[in-house]
Design a protein around this ligand. Sequence first.
Ligand code: MF3
Ligand code: CO
Length: 248
Amino acid sequence: MIFLKTPEEVNVMRKANLIVRDTLLMVRDRIRPGVSTAEVDKWVKDYIESQGARPSCLGYGGFPASTCISIDDVVVHGIPSPKRYIEEGQIVGVDLCAYIDGYHGDSARTFMIGKVSEEKRKLVETAEAAFFEGIKGITSVSRLGDISGRIQNYVESHGYSVVRALTGHGIGREMHEDPAVPNYGVVGRGLRLHHGMTLAVEPMINLGRYEVYTEKDGWTVRTKDHSPSAHYENTVVIWDDGVEILTM
Ligand code: MF3
Ligand code: CO
C-alpha cells in the first residue's frame, strides 16, 4: 500500500529529514582516520537525540545500532564496532534515519577518507551522480522505471554495476513503505508516480559485479567479488511539477 502525503504532511516530515541532513553534515566534518565506527555511531545517536528525535535504525528488525557504516566492499548495513577503525584510503558509507513527529527521514553518503584511489573516487562520484540522473526531470506523470532505468543506464554506461538484491523504498510513517525503488529497470515502464509520493532513492553501485552476500551476522552486505561499493541516498517527494529533495 502506497501512502501519498499531503503538502501539510510533507511539512511535518521535513523536520525528521532535516535532522538526518544535519547529522550527516556533522559526521562529514568529524569523520577521520583512527576513529572507530562505534564512535561515529555514538555521535549520530547523541546528535539525533539532542534534536528530540529517535534514530530509526536502532532496534529496527534487531539492528543493534543507530547508523549503518559500510566500509569499502561492504555495500550497506555494516554494524558499527569499537574494534573497527576508519583508515585513510577507505570509502565509508554512512546511512542513517531519524524519527520525529510521526515521520521518518533517511539519507546516506559515502565519505572518502583522506587520499583515496582514483578508482574509488570515481565510484563514489558516480553513485552520487546516478541519484541526480535518476530524479532529473521526474514529475508525477513519470513512471518508477524512469528513475530506476536512468540510474541503471547511467551507472552501467560508466562501467559499474548496480546492486539488484537491495532497493530504495517508500518512506513516511514507516521507514520502509511501498513501493520498492529498484536501481535497475526500464525507462517508461512500471508504476505511475503521484503527487505526494515520498521515496528514498538510493543507488548502491559496485566497481565489479553486482552480486552481493550477507554475512553471518545477518546484516553486513558485501560484494561477492570484494570490489568496493558506494551508496548515495536522499528522501525525496514527487510533486506535479518536479522532485523535491528533503534531506539536502
Ligand atoms: N537506511 C537504511 C535503508 O534504507 C535503513 C536500514 S536500517 C537497518 O534501508 F536497521 F535496517 F539497518
Ligand atoms: Co533507505
